[in-house]
Design a protein around this ligand. Structure first.
Ligand SMILES: [Zn+2]
Length: 395
């Protein structure tokens, strides 16, 4: 199956080292991006099975939510909400990464139980993609009593993540440090909660604990929802750890963190998440909202904000998504300025704080939705030539 997307107005690659490509066409073959450039329709793409006319809209990689709290399937017990992942697809999110299945009613906190939950969550989402969205889950919350062989056992069973440290009985840097070493030895990607507690019974976590434990990712450096002090934020930005900014955090602290990162040349370590479902609800447009926040108020170029929500996260987690480049999974969003915006392009809209309208999302080269039912309508909309596209979402 070969699909040619033509008439693109812009291509934001997701690669922060080269965030804008000189291209107006993308060729997809068997779910992977085969080529990006100009004139493909006259060459390698001439015999495409399917042609999508982008009508001048902008292509970006499918967005990655680096911090979600799914449990099983597309239901969240925390907000009693069905289909929140499918709703997020209508906000451009094609990959979701769990920071812990913390909302499971009766979540087991003993070692056997937490290992079992992590393995079941990892495997159930390997077998099931809600609305086509790729969910990476099975992120155990660390509890006292875990030993090295427990990490080996989970890794052998397919667990690749450690949920945000601090939500369980492991809270201090000294408690976490040896477990982080074991997790890294077994190929797991580790996130540490920072800031005030999100649930009663846990305590605030500052820079000292994170610096002692050395996770891969400073979880919601702008708080979830209560942020650390500005000096603590600066101490964690001045490391080689990934810096996560979330929608359900402190908006002022997000700007402080991103400015600190820019000052140190560290924008390639900034990744974006929702931290939802949570007490703040479910936020289908949360990644787009965070991109617009940073681009309009944080001095971040809109195409760099795209990279923070795509290629940066894929690099930190070792995923084959997040870039518009040959060989990558063809997870793509076609977006434009929304109707009524002062801006005339999707990137221009982000720069002034408007949310782009989505007119098409593809996952593994397959068109999953047409016009989003959640974004404002895109001024221009991509279409599948010859008809047969998905029905437009309602408003
Ligand atoms: Zn948290």
């Amino acid at each position: 199956m070969r699909t040619l997307i033509r008439n693109l107005g812009a291509v934001a690659s997701g690669d922060i080292a080269a965030p804008l490509l000189d291209a107006d066409e993308i060729l997809i073959e068997d779910g992977l991006i085969a080529a990006v450039g100009r004139g493909l329709g006259a060459g390698a793409g001439a015999d495409a099975d399917q042609v999508i006319d982008a009508h001048g809209t902008t292509a970006i990689p499918g967005l990655i939510d680096s911090h979600a709290h799914p449990v099983f399937g597309d239901f969240t017990p925390r907000q009693r909400t069905m289909d929140f992942i499918e709703s997020g697809l209508h906000g451009g999110v094609t990959t979701v990464i769990s920071a812990g299945e913390v909302h499971l009613p009766g979540r087991p906190k003993d070692v056997v139980g937490l290992k079992a939950l992590a393995i079941v969550a990892a495997r159930s989402y390997q077998n099931h993609r809600p609305a086509g969205v790729k969910v990476h889950a099975g992120a155990p919350i660390l509890e006292l009593g875990l030993e090295e062989h427990d990490f080996a056992e989970m890794a052998a069973a397919g667990v690749t993540l450690i949920g945000e440290i601090g939500l369980g009985s492991v809270k201090t840097g000294a408690q976490a440090a040896p477990m982080v070493v074991w997790a890294k030895q077994h190929g797991m990607t580790v996130t540490f909660h920072t800031g005030g507690p999100s649930i009663a019974g846990s305590s605030a976590i500052g820079a000292d604990a994170v610096l002692e434990a050395r996770p891969h990712i400073v979880g919601h450096i702008n708080g979830g929802t209560t942020a650390m002090s500005d000096p603590d934020i600066e101490r964690l930005v001045a490391t080689d750890m990934a810096i996560e900014i979330v929608q359900c955090g402190n908006g002022r602290a997000a700007l402080h963190a991103v400015r600190a990162a820019a000052g140190l040349g560290g924008l390639d370590r900034v990744i974006l998440g929702n931290d939802a479902p949570s007490g703040s609800g479910v936020i289908p447009l949360g990644i787009l909202r965070t991109m617009a926040h940073l681009a309009s108020l944080g001095g971040i170029a809109p195409e760099v904000a795209v990279a923070m929500a795509t290629g940066n996260t894929a690099r930190i987690h070792g995923l084959d998504v997040g870039l518009i480049a040959p060989g990558r999974a063809a997870d793509l969003c076609l977006i434009d300025a929304p109707v009524g915006s002062v801006a005339s392009t999707a990137l221009g809209a982000l720069a002034i704080g408007d949310l782009p309208g989505i007119s098409m999302v593809l996952i593994d080269g397959e068109v999953r939705i047409g016009r989003s039912r959640n974004t404002a309508p895109a001024a221009r909309a991509a279409e599948i030539l010859g008809g047969g596209g998905p029905a437009a979402g309602g408003h």
